[in-house]
Unconditional design. Sequence first.
Length: 691
Amino acid sequence: MTIPKTLSKSTSFLINTIKLLKISADNRNLKLGKTIHTHLIISNQSNELNLIETNCLINFYAKCGEVSVARKLFDQMSERNVVSFNALMTGYLHKQLPSEVLKLFKSMNIWELQPNEYIFATVLTSCSDVRALNEGKQCHGYVLKSGLVFHLYVKNALIDMYSACSDVEGALRVLNMVPGSDILSYNSIINGLLENGHLNEGLEVFRNMVDRYLVLDDFSYVSVLRLCAGLKDLKLGLQIHSQILTRGIKIDGFVGNSLIGMYGRCGKLLYARRTFRGLEVRNVVLWTSMMAAYAQNGLFEDALNFFLKMELAGVLPNEYTFAVMLNSCAGLSALRSGDLFHSRAEKCGFKDHLIVGNALINMYSKSGSIEDAHRVFLDMINRNIVTWNSMITGFAHHGLGRQALVVFQQMLASLDVPNYITFVAVLTACGHLGLVDEGFNYLNTLMGKYRVTPGLEHYTCIIGLLGKAGLLDEAEKFMKSSPVQWDVVAWRTLLSACHVHKNYGLGKRIADIILELDSNDVATYILLSNMYAKAKRWDEVINIKKLLRGREIKKEPGVSWTQVKNRTHVFVSEDKNHLESEKIHQKVLELISQIKMFGYAPDIVTVLHDVGDEEKEECLSYHSEKLAIAFSLLNTPSGAPIHVIKNLRMCDDCHTAVKLIAQVTERKIVVRDANRFHNFERGICSCGDYW
């Protein structure tokens, strides 16, 4: 269609102009639209375009992303109507300027214009984008007064707004009270319930949708599969997968990704792999989803190997891939591998991505390098609740309670709202510092202020707090007077405190309670036996040994591992299978000889084997963490920090020995045991000898 040479103000010309501007807008043809605009200005002797022409121009410029030009035209209008406002609002929304939409909506009152259903839908979408619940509720009121709430896209926009603002009850009210719902209505509410963690309610809405015989689309399947993943409802997930196959729906990236995620969360990795292999096109999202499935099931090495397969397939990683890889390194405490992925992520341009920053903090913290975790935290441009929680938890688990509380205060000053996990970390930090009054203040006052309901983890932290302070009787009274259903972990927390403070009478009572809950809890038997040994109650030690043999209860072997030159080396107690075992054992004996000069005396009373004192001392000398430390000392540069991970709690003897080894070798030694991190430096441990 060509532009007429004679540009008269005839009706036919106006119609052609409108058509041309619409074509220009729909095709985002900025050159053609600007040419039409120029001709309109030249042909207009009054220097003022009519309302219809200007509205078409605003629509054209807005759709082409030139909202500043559209706004200039809008401001020059002597007359405006609802179409004028709608065209500019839509442009602002597409340019992700929802605040401008809301400002424009408020200005409509000056012109005494009544918004239509399209404007209300646009405004509600803008409220969703900026989480403006109050403005959204006001708009809801206008919609009710005008009777436009019965327009389906207005209803769906209301559901989206309430869901985005975490007002799940409001979203459900709109769904149930406003007649007429389509598949989009149900998809919106299910997705909103998912995002806000209301999984059971989401499942109920899905069942209502099925009862109405609505035909599910791809978005419906994606949402319900995410529900199955969150609830770990394998049965329903299999039914949904079967329905997809029965209906002959092609499993593309979106549905395939949701299926892999669902099977991964349900622990069915074989099904996840089959789904992955059955996909024709495997993009980075699907590869990453498969890696995440491995990581969620503790198969961190498989996740790392799958990354190598992805690279061989020529697929480039994205920020989510790096997040999964870094979290897998965290699961393995593989600091060197984590460093490599950190460098790769930076080279790929993902340094400032929030999800990568959060994963880096987690990786460095769990791999024993809390200093690197803090450096990443300080360099982050944006932070969210996960960022704050990761840093506070990291400091707390490393025994750096003061630093954890400083970061918590920074979080409150930033106006970010703490949640359940935040207060677990904060109470843990109070426990390390022995801040009894502060801990109870957080539990009884601050958690209420932020509407966080205390759970078992918080109350267990209080037991640890009282135990660290030596208030064992108060801890026992607290447990017995609270309506909480205490688990083995909580009781064992108090038992450990009894062991540290040598309150063996209370320790025996607590051990009896634990063994009533779990008669095969080997850790409790070992701790109880150690308490009896230190109290020189040898008959009781013998009885426990007989009981363990009679029930065929075996202690889990101690295993430690360390990463040197990008290779992981694993050691078990008294290990002689390592290629360098002779050198390692010789190094251990050398270290023992050195630290004896600083007052080290092997704690042989806790060795339960029926052997002589020399054999007991030898047994202690070759505990797995000592072997791992000796190997690291032999194979790392002088002064380099050493990182070791152990599957069990460090014994008292190893803890004392490693403090002195750190002192005589002038090394920082970080040991992550089953309970926490121990940062050994200059003869001191960050746990304060309480773990």
